[in-house]
Structure formats: C-alpha cells, structure tokens
Design a protein around this ligand. Structure first.
Ligand SMILES: Cc1cc2nc3c(=O)[nH]c(=O)nc-3n(C[C@H](O)[C@H](O)[C@H](O)COP(=O)(O)OP(=O)(O)OC[C@H]3O[C@@H](n4cnc5c(N)ncnc54)[C@H](O)[C@@H]3O)c2cc1C
Length: 427
C-alpha cells in the first residue's frame, strides 16, 4: 500500500463514516500513524439519502471527500480499499489493494441492509443505504411514471404507480412523506395526461406503531401527518415475500407494486476473520466492552453501527444512529492517546441527545431528552440539526439553498434519470 513504517504506532481504521471520521480527527495531531481505509473515497451523510432518492437533493451535496476532511493532518493516510479479511493472529488486514499490518485496528464499517434471510425480497426490492442505491431508487421511481404513461394495461399502470415501503422507522417515514409530497405537488404538473391521483404510497410496519424508538406522542403525530398526506400506514403486518410484482404478507393483505423499498432492518457490516465467534452479537454486530474493545482482543476495537455495546439501558446494544457513532469515535480517540501514554482507559458513556424525523414540509417530530414537540418548529429544528452535522461548508450552503428553493417553489428539481435503472439488471 506504500505506507511507510514510522516510529509511531499504526492505527488502521476501517470505514470513513461518522465513527471512523470522528476517531481519525481526534487522532490527527497525536503521535500515531493513522491509516483510514474505505471502499468509497467519500463520506456519506446517510440521514439525507431519502432526499436524493426523491429528487430533493443532488447526491454530491450529501457526500464529502474523505481525503479533504483530513488533508491538513500529518501522519494521516487514506487508501481507497475494500477490506476483505482481518487476520487477528498476524495483526493485518487483507484488502483488494494489498495487505497492511496494524498495531491497533478499529472496525468502523457501519451496517448493511438486513433482509432477514429472505433472498427473494433481497433480489426484488430496493434498498437505500448508499448513494448508488438512492440513485437507483430515484431512477426507478421516475422510470415507473414514464412507463405508466405508455401502458394501457390498468393493472400494470397501478402497479407502476404504487410504492410500498417496508419499515416504519425514520427512513421509511421520511421516504413515504417525501413521496406523498411528490404525488401532490409534482406529478400532476409533470404528467398531466396521467391520473396521478391513483398513485398509492404504503408503509408496512410489523409492530403496532411507527417510529418505535421514539415517544408515543411522536409516533402518533407522525402517523397522523402521514395519513393527512394520503399515505396508507399498515401496522402489525409483516411482509413475507415479494416476487417483483406482488407483495405478500402474514395477513390477507397483498400489494401489487413495481417498487418495494426495504427499510425494515440493518445488520452489522462484518468482515471475514471477525464475522464468527462469541463476539458476534445481535444483528451481526461486534460485541464490545465499555472501552469499545472487541470481546477477546486488546488491540482490536469497534465503533459505530458495527459495535454492539450493551448497557443497562440498552440491553440489545446502543442504537444504530449517528450520535453513538460520533461519540464513540471521539471517545476512542481520547482513549488511544491514554493507551499510548500508559494511562488507564475511560469507559464510554452515551449521551442521548434525542431523535427526530421529518414527514414533510412543516411536519416533523422531535424528542429531546427534556422536551418533545411536533409540527412546524420541530421541522425547523430538524433542518438546523441536519445542516449542522453535514460535513463541508459548500454542502451546507447547497443543501440550504435547495431547501429554501424547494420550499418556495414546491419543487424538487433533481428528478433526473441520469443513470437509468432497470430492475432486471439486479439479478
Ligand atoms: C437512510 C438512512 C437514514 C438515516 N437517518 C438517520 C437519522 O436521521 N439520524 C441518525 O442518527 N442516524 C440515521 N441513520 C443511521 C446513521 O447514518 C448511522 O448510524 C451512521 O452512519 C453510523 O455511522 P458508522 O460510522 O458506524 O457507519 P457508516 O456511516 O455507515 O460508515 C461506514 C463506512 O465503512 C465503509 N466500509 C464498510 N465496509 C467496508 C469494507 N469492508 N472495507 C472498506 N470500507 C468499508 C463504508 O463505505 C462507509 O463509508 C440513517 C441511516 C440510513 C441508511
């Protein structure tokens, strides 16, 4: 990999997401050599992926070059590499561009979509975990309407205009809200010769409420907002299969659709060598102690979504969200300095800053530790927080300008089929 050995200990970080970047920044001025490996050369701001899928934002405005984030730091190396295996005996990682020895390894590889073993759903549904996947979804949504215009078969036309989202978490709710706004504000203008009132948006949730991790009030209000926008919310319904045309469930309900978006679960993005054993915990996450050390290892750590840190309050592990990832990255950075200075490590403590979701224009729900509110003010708070955490001044400006423009014009101008997507290409 052409990375020189120096007298400093080498910390290899796998993943330039929220956790990996927070850690690398903390270590940037310390006497360590940091090597960050990522299969993409950019950091993705996943909370806004649904806006890329629905033409509200360009993909570039929610991505940021990893090299640029850390460009001013000495002892920092980035390599565009897919880590294929971790050799915990010889302390090295094996990648598609070669091998690399480490003194300390930090796995920050995040999560991937969990289809719970249903291969047919995996093959036929759309995921929204990466920028390419969001672009695929954007293309498919628009292609469906182009096709709906051409067909005279009513069944086919309805299926093309029906959207089924599985999973009533923030991703599913935000996507459903955005689709409902497109249906109301954009489709009638773009497709005047198509009866777009027939387009349907469904959310299917296996439990008895949406936004399960949030307060009862937030959940109720979000459902109310969605219903007002014309979204059909199906609770206590579990999807059992999707053959590319019909969604079957554990009830009598079936849905005919050309687009099933699977937002029903994630699991740890494990890597060979550290993907089996008693350190693999719920949802394929790596079981870590309070210092983020992977069970059984002194020099291997995991942070962010891939790490399962069990606490009294979170017996299934901390939530797979940006805040725990950022906080763990920062804390591990401080602990690594302590480690090198032979000082005792500090245990990680999660500071829950709350959760939020937007359902559409002027509609959001916010649960802060001390206050819970919904509606227009919540929507402003949601926008401010997302702008604040976006990486890069340009991205913040571009997103802000887009949002103001979209708000005033009731528009989403990134509804472009730049990279056509055909479902059959997936198989
Ligand atoms: C659609 C969506 C909406 C979300 N909305 C919210 C929200 O509103 N609020 C919130 O708090 N959280 C939200 N989340 C969750 C949040 O984005 C994650 O919790 C957060 O990104 C976790 O950070 P991380 O650093 O652990 O992983 P990621 O940010 O996923 O980063 C992992 C990195 O590792 C890289 N990588 C993975 N495997 C390898 C490998 N083998 N080799 C090399 N590189 C690899 C990936 O390319 C990626 O860059 C959302 C997630 C999604 C998908």
């Amino acid at each position: 990999m052409n990375i020189p050995r120096t007298s400093f200990p080498r910390v290899v970080i796998i993943g330039g997401g929220f956790a990996g970047v927070a850690l690398a920044k903390k270590l940037s001025k310390q006497e360590v050599q940091v090597v960050l490996l990522d299969k993409n050369n950019y950091h993705t701001f996943q909370p806004l992926l649904y806006q890329v899928s629905t033409g509200g934002l360009e993909p570039d405005s929610i991505a940021y070059p990893i090299r640029k984030i850390l460009k001013d730091f000495p002892n920092f190396h980035f390599r565009l590499a897919n880590v294929e295996e971790i050799n915990t005996v010889e302390n090295k990682v094996l990648t598609d561009i070669g091998e690399l020895k480490f003194d300390y390894l930090v796995v920050a590889s995040g999560a991937e979509t969990n289809y719970f073993g249903n291969s047919e759903v995996e093959k036929n549904s759309m995921a929204m975990k990466t920028i390419p996947e969001s672009l695929n979804l954007r293309s498919l949504i628009l292609e469906n309407f182009e096709e709906a215009l051409l067909t005279s078969d009513l069944h086919e036309r309805n299926a093309l205009m029906n959207f089924v989202i599985v999973g009533g978490g923030p991703t599913g709710v935000e996507l459903a809200g955005a689709l409902a706004e497109i249906k109301k504000g954009i489709l009638p203008k773009d497709y005047p010769d198509l009866d777009t009132r027939l387009a349907q948006i469904h959310i299917i949730q296996s439990s008895d409420c949406i936004l399960k991790g949030m307060s009862a009030k937030a959940s109720e209000k979000a459902e109310d907002f969605l219903e007002k926008l014309g979204v059909n919310v199906w609770k206590n319904v579990r999807v059992t299969n999707y053959d590319g045309k019909i969604v079957t469930t554990n009830t009598d309900l079936t849905f005919e659709t050309a687009t099933l978006v699977w937002a029903a679960g994630v699991k740890g993005a494990t890597i060979k060598g550290l993907n089996a054993g008693d350190f693999i915990y719920r949802g394929d996450r790596l079981l870590v102690n309070e210092f983020n050390q992977v069970k059984g290892f002194k020099n291997i750590y995991a942070i962010g979504d891939i790490a399962c840190m069990v606490t009294e309050e979170f017996p299934n592990g901390l939530p797979m969200m940006a805040q725990p990832a950022i906080q763990q990255g920062k804390q591990l950075g401080e602990n690594m300095v302590r480690l090198i200075e032979n000082k005792p490590l500090k245990p990680f403590e999660y500071h829950d800053k709350g959760a939020m979701a937007t359902i559409g224009r002027n509609k959001a729900v916010v649960d802060l530790p001390k206050f819970k509110f919904q509606g227009v003010f919540a929507w402003y708070v949601w926008m401010f927080v997302h702008l604040f955490f976006l990486i890069g001044f340009r991205n913040r400006m571009v997103v802000f300008i887009n949002w103001v423009y979209n708000y005033i014009r009731f528009d989403r101008e990134a509804r472009l089929i730049i990279r056509p997507f055909k479902k059959k290409l997936k198989s």
